[in-house]
Write a protein that binds this ligand. Structure first.
Ligand SMILES: [Zn+2]
Length: 478
């Protein structure tokens, strides 16, 4: 219903800065309804529902991983609680990037019976989603590949993907423009200043233009909000990685996240330069590199591939999974002497070109020590600057807020302290304190030109699941 009433709880200061002038009489329309299902008060399980004008969009649909005391309890992953979706179709699922904590619960959402109109993202993300969903016997909704700058109509809502930098190809922020204004979800990002090519560069011009046109709300990545300064560029890892590879004469076994395609690319180039034969070990490593090669995100090595028979060869670079000490990944098995092909011993150098995710430090250190006990030399980010984070630190978050100049800020993606750190940054950068919402999963929020309101709360628990992605115990939530 529309009336010509003044918004009842409008803040004159915010309106003067961000919205219509305080004496403007406007039409009251439906607010934008935002429900974070996961990713608040935790790292992982990112999923947000946005509803407006009868249309329904889901942004990201990821899993969480057990850490700390959760490990070893028979739970492999945590799923978002999709019961809140029951019976209501989703017009589109939009994916900011293809990390598991943003996409790996899509099978769970489809299995729950929620009708999905389309899944939309940039090429690498769609390639990864297609590969991951093909592992399940499920009906796959139409997968739609778009380019940054395309305007995608989802009912009366227009979606746009904007390039940001992160630690995987094709990360993006998403702007949703409705009849009452625009909201921006940053996804995971950093504002890397030195992208290797145009596909790695943050589109500051477009983010600023969206800010100039007016942003009702920003839902932003909080992961590194507590850290001062800026996260170093991925480009800063190239030289240290080259140095490490150059100085080793024996075999090198390198591990990194299998979606960290740029770092894998840098390692493969270094192998080419030093005439090392490359072998990829681990299912997700081989799958992701194949997708990246197909989409020209990675230059295939010019050296002949290494067969499993020759894996013991001295002049080789084995790039493998297991950087998080996952029990059945390659490096974990090799550290226990259980891998059938990769036998690590004296003369081997293991390059740990990654970092344990928060809470995972203990198992990773244990794995590294087991590798040392087998005779390997282990090189980590403590020895050489071979890893940088994919998440914005406080100066970059402040820059993002200054580009978008949102009326409302909803810190996302992080534990409570991380969310609060972003909230403080928002206030320091001009957002009114009552328009900053540090919330919980399941908060039902309404946003319009007058600000933000918590109007309801829905159940949103972490659903424990096995490695097959199926919930443990009572079975699948409906
Ligand atoms: Zn990510």
């Amino acid at each position: 219903m529309q009336t010509t009433d003044r918004q009842p709880d409008a803040c004159a200061e915010c309106l003067a800065r961000n919205g219509p002038a305080p004496d403007t009489v406007w039409l009251v329309t439906d607010p934008i309804r935002i429900t974070p299902i996961g990713g608040l008060g935790e790292v992982g399980r990112n999923m947000t529902v946005v509803e407006h004008d009868g249309f329904r969009i889901v942004i990201d649909c990821g899993i969480g991983f057990p850490h700390g005391d959760d490990r070893g309890l028979g739970v492999d992953i945590f799923l978002p609680d999709v019961r809140v979706m029951r019976g209501k179709p989703v017009d589109a699922v939009l994916i900011t990037h293809a990390h598991d904590d943003h996409v790996a619960a899509l099978a769970h959402l489809i299995r729950s019976g929620t009708p999905i109109g389309r899944i939309i993202s940039l090429p690498f993300s769609i390639g990864m989603i297609e590969a991951k969903l093909s592992e399940h016997d499920l009906p796959v909704p139409p997968l739609v590949t778009v380019a940054p700058g395309d305007l995608i109509e989802i009912g009366s809502i227009t979606a746009e993907f904007i390039r940001v930098a992160h630690s995987i190809p094709d990360p993006c922020a998403i702007a949703l423009t409705t009849k009452i204004g625009t909201i921006v979800l940053t996804g995971d990002y950093k504002l890397d200043a030195t992208g290797q090519d145009v596909r790695r560069q943050v589109d500051r011009k477009r983010l600023t233009a969206i800010g100039d046109a007016g942003v009702l709300a920003m839902l932003g990545d909080s992961t590194n909000a507590q850290l001062p300064g800026r996260t170093p560029s991925e480009a800063t890892t190239i030289e240290p990685l080259n140095d490490v590879i150059d100085e080793v004469s024996g075999r090198i076994v390198l591990t990194s996240f299998s979606s960290q395609i740029d770092r894998i690319d840098h390692a493969m180039r270094a192998a080419d330069r030093t005439h090392r034969q490359v072998m990829l070990l681990g299912r997700s490593m081989r799958r992701n590199v194949k997708i990246a090669e197909r989409l020209h995100e990675l230059e295939p090595t010019h050296m002949p591939g290494l067969s499993r028979r020759d894996i013991g060869g001295v002049k080789s670079l084995v790039i493998c999974t297991g950087s998080q000490a996952e029990e059945f990944a390659v490096l974990g098995r090799a550290s226990r002497g259980e891998h059938p092909d990769l036998h690590i011993g004296n003369g081997d150098t293991v390059v740990y070109a990654s970092r344990p995710v928060p809470g995972n430090e203990g198992p990773v250190e244990e794995m590294q020590n087991m590798l040392r006990m087998r005779g390997a030399r282990v090189v980590t980010h403590h020895d050489a600057a071979i890893h940088v984070s994919g998440h914005a630190r406080s100066d970059e978050i402040a820059e993002m807020i200054r580009m978008l100049r949102p009326n409302v800020v909803i810190p996302m993606h992080g534990e409570e302290a991380m969310l609060r750190a972003q909230a403080e940054l928002a206030i320091e950068n001009g957002v009114h304190a009552h328009n900053v919402h540090v919330g919980q999963n399941g908060d039902v929020l309404e946003v319009d030109a007058s600000g933000i309101r918590l109007v309801d709360q829905v159940d949103s628990m972490a659903i424990p699941a096995g490695s097959d992605g199926l919930p443990l115990g009572a079975g699948e939530p409906g």
